[in-house]
Design a protein around this ligand. Structure first.
Ligand code: GLC
Length: 752
């Protein structure tokens, strides 16, 4: 519906009809307005594949969805660090949604991985907001290229499953602004999703679905979001408060009760007609942005999508270690390969819950290896049961096969149901029966390649000495088995990078003492020190750092140039360097740019990812890589000033292959235009002296006619620097004219 039609509809619709438009007419359909020819809009999951339930299903029926392509889960795709790939996947997801008559696909999930225990981390992209934002935006662009609406979810601070419908995430504003909101902000700004989903949880005591600061002040007034805010399913506790806060569409429907409450509230003046009309206008505009389910002819390209899923799984796998360059498998170094592990035959390729796809087909790595490895002699042993029950016979048979092989491929991972919506994990360890098998296999073979299948990270420190090679395959979707075979055989070169740190142990994780909270509250006590921001601030050893991943080739970085243009918020830092492939095969490197503020008046992480690029380089070749960082990339959120703030001074710009493998570093100096920092009598002497406008004024006022200025004496400054100026005035017998200084400052300050 265009604007004129919407305006006419608002004139024509009754309050009852308007209120009815603001909630679903079924579990998966938003109501239409039949009298005006407005068709219902179908919304359904999910982030890595279409989960289209039987339209007549009366509730969640996770087993009864139509066949669809199950792409790698977000934990895998987040490790691809490849926006272009994610856009292609979004386009394929959109095509399948369109073919099924779906208007809005409920994804991507871009919540930050605060704790590895979160049961839905397989559905989320990263511990870092830049990775989550850029990859999330790429998925949204792809889905919406196909004429289907996307949905950035779950807004906001939905970082656990425990008590998810009631728990209040107690988060300070700076942490929200710098960690938990930026991915949504970036997606809204650059990809313009048709919808944003309000989360189940409360944020600082207020349900997200009726959180006016989140849904209106930040999302709409600051970020300019013009789409529909839809609730998570059954997330609304008070439809009137939700409407007043900025929620547009409650899903699923409530059989008319919410509409009745809204009508009564409008009639009683609790909610303005304007607020009602604003929400209705957005809901009426949705079909125009998403289509109302016209189905293109023919099937949506499943064979091609399977190929894309296989490519994506290969591009997302992370080669954590490769001692002795055992991979890729080389028949010249032994043809007898023992394939061990039930997961090689019975893959776990996705998590549980609303994202669960009824995959069209599923590859397993055993069949893929058998079909492809002409010169290898393969044996197979299940080795363990997925139930976790110990089985000494299975183990002994596997150990015997390992002893007879030149190389062992040992497939380990989390069993079905270990990771699901609605439940958090209790630990991050692999099942005991699998670790026991690894221990015994390592006693008979030095060439053990462990291949992992998991969504959230698992602990590796306690067992990795038993593995020469570790390939993290994540929950790789329906084609993950073939992709892993491609990587093992060298048909694909690993190029995934960790988007979530693997800590030495769970207790090292910064949220450890505050997860999952208690009595309805979870305190984000670690503040903005989430993931590598914490581990790097404490220089804590980790098993494998954020951004880490090996290749079958090697890369060298050289010739870093970093130059600054402009000042303050308008500063631009141009970064350029040369990336060379110094190995024997073509490969893709994820070049990462981290920034450190060396002179900050507030605490800041020692480094933050600010840009990245996945670059393909042929063997022996090199290429120039360039980035431009903007003011926002240098800024922190100042709680005192209530805004993004760039402070003058030196910044360290580092480029490298992970947050702990920084190859080149340059220091740049950012100047500031004179601006009133909002100095007051409560500002300290140091703050006054550091201010481009306030400093000269105070130094002049402190001049000592009988000798050198007190402001130049380090001993004096150390003593009085921390003092609020008004106290200094008292101590100096009223010699400092505060009001005079402030009026002079007001006359000189340049307000940005
Ligand atoms: C679920 C999930 C959300 C999903 C929705 C519809 O509870 O939290 O991600 O899109 O309900 O299934």
């Amino acid at each position: 519906m265009g604007e004129a039609d919407i305006a006419r509809a608002l004139e024509s619709l009754t309050v009852e009809e308007k209120a009815a438009l603001l909630s679903g007419q079924s579990i998966w359909e938003a109501a239409g307005a039949q009298r005006l020819g407005v068709l219902p809009v179908t919304l359904t999951d999910g982030p890595h594949g279409l989960r289209m339930q039987d339209p007549d299903a009366q509730g969640f029926d996770l087993g009864a969805s139509a066949p669809a392509t199950c792409f790698p889960t977000a934990a895998a795709l987040g490790s691809s660090w490849d926006p272009g790939l994610l856009t292609r996947i979004g386009q394929a997801l959109g095509a399948e949604a369109r073919a099924a008559g779906v208007s809005v696909l409920l994804g991507p999930g871009v919540n930050i991985k605060r704790s590895p225990l979160c049961g839905r981390n397989f559905e989320y992209l990263s511990e870092d907001p830049v990775v989550a934002g850029r990859l999330g935006a790429a998925l949204v662009r792809g889905i919406q290229d196909a004429g289907v609406g996307a949905c950035a979810k779950h807004f906001a601070a939905n970082n656990q499953e425990t008590d998810r419908m009631r728990v209040s995430a107690e988060v300070d504003e700076r942490t929200l602004r710098e960690v938990y909101l930026p991915a949504f902000e970036h997606i809204v700004g650059v990809a313009r999703p048709c919808t944003v989903m309000a989360a189940y949880n409360r944020v600082n005591g207020v349900h997200a679905a009726q959180h006016r600061w989140l849904l209106t002040t930040v999302l709409r007034e600051e970020w300019g979001f013009g789409g529909v805010v839809v609730s998570d399913w059954c997330a609304v506790t008070d439809p009137v408060a939700a409407l007043a806060a900025g929620l547009d569409l409650e899903m699923p429907g409530t059989g008319g009760s919410s509409a009745e409450r809204i009508v009564a509230a409008v009639r009683a003046g609790q909610v303005t007609q304007a607020a009602l009309d604003q929400a209705v206008a957005r809901v009426l505009a949705l079909p125009g942005r998403t289509g109302t389910g016209e189905r293109p002819a023919g099937e949506p390209g499943w064979p091609e999508h399977h190929g894309l899923a296989r490519l994506a799984a290969a591009e997302s796998a992370v080669l954590l270690k490769n001692e002795g360059a055992i991979l890729p498998l080389d028949p010249a170094r032994g043809t007898r390969v023992a394939v061990i592990g039930e997961l090689a035959r019975t893959p776990v390729f996705q998590g549980g819950g609303s994202s669960q796809v009824n995959a069209i087909r599923v590859d397993n790595v055993l069949d893929a290896l058998t079909a492809a490895s002409e010169r290898l002699v393969l044996s197979f042993e299940p080795g363990y049961t997925l139930s976790g029950q110990d089985d000494g016979t299975l183990r002994a048979e596997a150990v015997s096969a390992a002893a007879a092989a030149d190389t062992v491929l040992l497939f380990l991972g989390l069993p079905p149901g270990a990771e699901t919506e609605g439940t958090d994990r209790a630990d991050i360890t692999l099942p005991g029966n699998q670790l026991r098998l690894l221990q015994e296999v390592a006693e008979v073979s030095q060439r053990v390649v462990v291949v992992l299948a998991n969504g959230g990270v698992v602990e590796v420190a306690s067992w990795e000495e038993n593995a020469a090679v570790i390939l993290e395959g994540w929950l790789g979707g329906q084609a993950g088995g073939a992709a892993i075979a491609d990587l093992l055989l060298g048909r694909a070169n690993p190029c995934g990078r960790l988007a979530e740190t693997i800590p030495l142990c769970l207790a090292d994780n910064p949220s450890y003492l505050n997860f999952p909270g208690s009595e309805g509250t979870v305190t984000y006590g670690e503040r903005l020190y989430v993931g590598y921001r914490y581990y790097d601030a404490k220089d804590l050893p980790v098993s494998y750092p954020f951004g880490h991943g090996l290749s079958y080739t090697t890369f060298a970085y050289s010739g870093l140039e970093a130059t600054v243009e402009g000042q303050g918020d308008d500063a631009a830092v141009h970064v350029r360097f040369t990336l060379a492939n110094t190995g024997a095969v073509a490969g893709k490197e994820v070049a990462q740019v981290y920034v450190r503020d060396l002179e900050s008046s507030v605490d800041r992480p020692v480094r933050e990812l600010r840009a990245f690029a996945k670059v393909e380089v042929a063997a022996g070749q090199s290429t120039s890589v360039e980035f431009t960082l903007r003011g926002r990339d240098l800024a922190f959120w100042s709680t005192a000033r209530g805004g993004w703030t760039v402070e003058a001074g030196d910044f360290e710009v580092s480029v490298g292959a992970s947050s702990r493998d920084l190859r080149l570093t340059a220091t740049v100096t950012v100047d500031m235009p004179p601006l009133a920092r909002g100095l007051t009598g409560e500002s300290t002497v140091s703050e006054w002296l550091a201010d481009p406008a306030g400093g000269p004024l105070l130094r002049h006022a402190m001049n000592n006619p009988d000798g050198p200025s007190r402001a130049a004496d380090p001993a004096v400054l150390e003593a009085i620097g921390p003092l609020p100026l008004s106290r200094l005035n008292t101590m100096s017998g009223g010699r400092i004219d505060i009001d005079g200084l402030l009026s002079q400052l007001a006359a000189t300050a340049v307000v940005p």
